[in-house]
Design a protein around this ligand. Sequence first.
Ligand SMILES: [Zn+2]
Length: 172
Amino acid sequence: MRLVVFNRDGLLNEPTDNGITQLSDWRPITGAIEALAKLSQAGFTLVVANNQPEIAEGKLELDTLEAIHTRLNELVENRGGTISAIFYCPHSEDSQCPCRKPNTGLIDAIELEFSVPATDMLLVTNTHDDIELAQKVGAQAFWIRTANTESDSAVETFPDVRQAVDHIICHY
Ligand SMILES: [Zn+2]
């Protein structure tokens, strides 16, 4: 199984200054959604893994997070693709929980659920935490350059998710 893990905020949806705490805050990046569907149709398994400390902080209700993830799933399904699972860490930034990226808990859970070793996973991201995580577990990382993040020259870099997806379909 070819499995690709995506970060969420700033990659699949527009970032906000205070986190995404309402369904109306969650505005998809259209090209990214289309790219997910294309990758799914090409036979890849898609998983989203994201930190959601706003839950621990009391700013984000679980029901709202579920609604956001339902919306994300529906948008990809409407374009003929499937997101197989969405994993998240609900703990605070200072909790030092094992699942908050760059700790490995979410990747460990994905390994278990899909029986895919982390060394076979591809990780598409716009955060340095994810690059650190990928290096820890031996996954192949791809950096997406965004307005809010500097380039990470240590990994292959693309200007947007669509071009990363085209590269992955071509080479994996
Ligand atoms: Zn956690």
